[in-house]
Design a protein. Sequence first.
Length: 64
Amino acid sequence: MALTYDIEKDAFYQKGVKKGRKVGIEEGEKKGILQAALNMKKAGFSTEDIMKATNLNKEQVEQL
């Protein structure tokens, strides 16, 4: 007799999916902030203004 198991209903699977989404959202937000900072830098904004708008530190802005 074959045993079937719906993995998508498994609690550990659901926890993993939830964690994966959270990590993906966080990475996307970081990427968006860095892209915005880079665009601001290319547009001639000062380092201080970029830092205020993005909450990046001076070193992070200067590395762009």
